[in-house]
Write a protein that binds this ligand. Structure first.
Ligand code: ACO
Ligand code: KIV
Ligand code: MG
Length: 515
């Protein structure tokens, strides 16, 4: 194999499943294994065959189904575990037994209660036994991150002599620091006389948030297999995340000088599949696969992106399976992105003044709402545009009191042709009271033909868009109003309709259901 090629060993189905609450059924494991195969993962650790009959069946099913990735089962350095793993892998195209034993003083003394020499002997025995069952045996020195370097050199040399083809150096408890862990790899590879007979592998945990950094440090110092999981799932704080490892290697090839065989376009779909099966949500700011990983909200960034994408993006969203990057309009956005998005929606401003008015209203809305959607923008612009007619009536203030068991009361202040007028009224509901209060002032002699309201987007901070249809002397107008407060949106729509009537505008009858 090319010496610059890093083997991607996915352990979502084994170490990932060790996340409390992430247990998977056989069918779920198969679905994930198929997605990993499609992504061209080199080795899939399908489970720990000895753990339970269910895990045995899962490893067996994955081994029988997946043909383009090597399938692996974990096993302790015990005959029973190894034989069970071999049995589960019987029909695999490229089977691998991954046997391990702890090598740190603390694990050997307190957990295994074994002398180091006995541990070494058992490791050699386990590798030899596994080699009788499969060609590719991987040996792990559990808790290598806290193990003595001289002892590691001795046990690894012996394991390679016994037939291990991959030597895995796990930082089991996430204790390592990148430069120090890189140095460990360099030392091991330099000092072990038969190191060139095996592939050195790294397996990091994220207890200090350093799993990916430590894995990359190992790669920089000779590791040519990385063990990782989708979404960084795994025991406690998780393992190194596959998507971050793969994309770091791809994006920084100039520094790392290595490559993987992963088809990165399947990363996002696989990440979503694992999240939906395990029920572990993906945090929005998660690198590569988080909803915000390729989203830009700040005006300065959006302006830069629109001028030249690479000003703020080091990877292409499409390369990892997103449809595209996202320009999210929010309170930090600027005119460039605002105008650009509206142009994409087919809205063109006729003047700078029109853009500025719409932009001011957009900022006011963005202060009230977390995210502005396309529908918000369309409502906002149509609201801005209809407000270009001469407004006889303008809403100044509205106060509505609505209590359980009491009749709602609305107090309203309008300007009518610039003159301030106040009124109040009761009503059967807050909207009815508001309309009646407006009529106390307007005495418009209109009839309300239609009142419709819908939330423009989902969520309780959504804008409500209200349409009010008024009729007077055979003339019909539709007034629109949008606001995060539905009663204010209703008042705006009613007043807009009154202004349209005063301005002599007649609206076409909208299609049924299209109001
Ligand atoms: C770092 C890692 O991720 S290691 C993998 C962790 N994953 C798991 O443990 C999940 C699957 N595990 C299981 O289902 C169970 O623990 C089993 C079936 C493997 C074993 O169950 P039990 O026989 O009931 O043993 P139990 O889990 O209580 O204790 C583990 C035993 O294995 C021994 N052991 C631990 N690691 C190894 C090893 N690598 N090689 C040999 N023996 C080991 C322990 O010393 C202990 O032995 P003892 O009972 O003689 O003291
Ligand atoms: C079994 C080994 C590889 C492991 O998961 C660890 O040490 O973290
Ligand atoms: Mg682990």
């Amino acid at each position: 194999m090319n010496n610059n090629r890093v083997v991607i060993f996915d352990t979502t189905l084994r170490d990932g499943e060790q996340s409390p609450g992430a247990s998977m059924t056989k069918d779920e494991k198969l679905r994930i294994a198929k997605a990993l195969e499609k992504m061209r993962v080199d080795v899939i650790e399908a489970g720990f065959a000895m753990a339970s009959p269910g895990d045995f069946e899962s490893v067996k099913a994955v081994a029988e189904t997946i043909k383009n990735s090597s399938i692996c089962s974990l096993s302790r350095a015990l005959d029973g575990d190894i034989d069970r793993a071999g049995e589960a892998l019987k029909n695999a195209t490229v089977p691998r037994i991954h046997t391990f034993i702890a090598t740190s003083p603390i694990h050997m003394k307190y957990k295994l209660r074994m002398e180091p020499e006995k541990v070494l002997e058992q490791a050699v025995h386990a590798v030899k036994r596994a080699r009788k069952l499969v060609d590719h045996v991987e040996f792990s020195c559990e808790d290598a991150g806290r193990s003595d370097l001289d002892f590691l050199c001795r046990i690894i040399e012996a394991a390679i002599n016994a037939g291990a083809r991959t030597i895995n150096i796990p930082d089991t408890v996430g204790y390592a620091i990148p430069h120090q862990f890189g140095e460990t790899f360099q030392q091991l590879i330099e000092r072990i006389p038969n190191a060139d007979k095996a592939i050195f592998s790294v397996h990091c945990h994220n207890d200090l948030g350093l799993a990916v950094a430590n894995s990359l440090a190992a790669v920089a110092h000779g590791a040519r297999q990385v063990e990782c999981t989708i979404n960084g799932l795994g025991e406690r704080a998780g393992n190194a995340s596959l998507e971050e490892i793969v994309m770091a290697i791809k994006t920084r090839q100039d520094v790392l000088n290595v490559e993987t065989n992963i088809d990165t376009k399947h990363i996002v779909s696989t990440s979503r599949l694992v999240s939906s099966i395990t029920g572990f949500p993906i945090q929005p700011n998660k690198a590569i696969v988080g909803a915000n990983a390729f989203a830009h909200e700040s005006g300065i960034h959006q302006d830069g992106m629109l001028k030249h994408r690479e000003t703020y993006e080091i990877m292409k969203a499409e390369d990892v399976g997103w449809k595209a990057n996202k320009m999210v309009l929010g309170k930090h956005s600027g005119r460039t992105a605002f105008k650009g998005r509206l142009e994409e929606l087919g809205v063109h401003f006729s003047s700078e003044a029109e853009l500025n008015t719409a932009f001011t209203r957009f900022k006011e809305l963005a202060d009230k709402k977390h995210e502005i959607f396309d529908e918000d923008l369309q409502a906002l612009v149509s609201d801005t545009r209809t407000s270009e007619i001469t407004e006889t009536y303008k809403l100044q203030t509205l106060e509505v009191c609505s209590k359980t068991g009491e009749t709602p009361v609305a107090k309203i202040t309008l300007t009518v042709s610039g003159k301030e007028r106040r009124a109040s009224s009761e009503g059967s509901g807050p909207v009815d009271a508001t309309f009646k209060a407006i009529e106390v002032i307007a005495e418009s002699n209109t009839s309300l033909e239609l009142y419709s309201v819908h939330a423009i987007t989902s969520g309780t901070d959504s804008q409500g868009e209200v349409t009010v249809r008024l009729e007077r002397g055979g003339r019909i107008v539709n007034g629109n109003g949008a606001d995060t407060d539905i009663v204010i949106a209703s008042a705006k729509a009613y007043i807009n309709a009154l202004n349209l009537l005063e301005a002599g505008v007649q609206r076409a009858h909208p299609q049924a259901g299209n109001v």
